[in-house]
Design a protein around this ligand. Structure first.
Ligand code: HEM
Length: 128
């Protein structure tokens, strides 16, 4: 049976998308180690839970204009030895793949455009 795709964006579905995305990320040999080095491999644990909530707040800010995110999204990426354009490409591949599993194309397109734009800015600032 085909999976029903979401036609709306709300905090609950954004959280599900974020959790699904990082579930893929930690298993990925290229991107995973950047995260598991910091947060460990237990995505159900407390440390990860905090990060997943933070990221859902971030995406809810971008997509819904909600204001629960008060961080500096770019800052931690300056302190990541080994980060590369290839890693960003893979991050984007997994993010887009997740978006396609969750949302109808019309909504997915907004998430993808936002992720491409932020990744482009990050890479520019990182000199990648
Ligand atoms: C290869 C690509 C990327 C890698 C390896 C990566 C890795 C990480 C890691 C390890 C953290 C946690 C840092 C810490 O708290 O110590 C983080 C935080 C974060 N990342 Fe990325 N990231 C990547 C790309 C992106 C992109 C494209 C976006 C946005 C579209 C993004 C958004 C964020 C945000 C919002 C945070 C939280 C910052 C905060 O408020 O603490 N990242 N990233």
């Amino acid at each position: 049976m085909a999976v029903e795709l979401e036609k709306t964006v709300n905090k609950e579905i954004v959280q599900r998308m974020v959790n699904t995305f990082y579930g893929k990320v930690i298993k990925d040999p290229l991107v995973g180690p950047f995260f598991t080095d910091r947060f460990g491999g237990d995505i159900e644990g407390k440390v990860w839970k905090e990060h997943l909530v933070l990221l859902a707040n971030y995406w809810s800010m971008l997509m819904l204009g909600e204001n629960d995110y008060h961080g500096r999204p770019m800052a931690p990426h300056f302190d990541m030895p080994g980060i590369s354009r290839k890693a960003f490409d893979q991050w984007l591949f997994l993010f887009h793949e997740t978006v396609d599993e969750i949302y109808i194309p019309k909504i997915g397109e907004y998430f993808k455009n936002q992720s491409n734009e932020v990744a482009r800015r990050f890479m520019l600032n990182l000199g990648l």
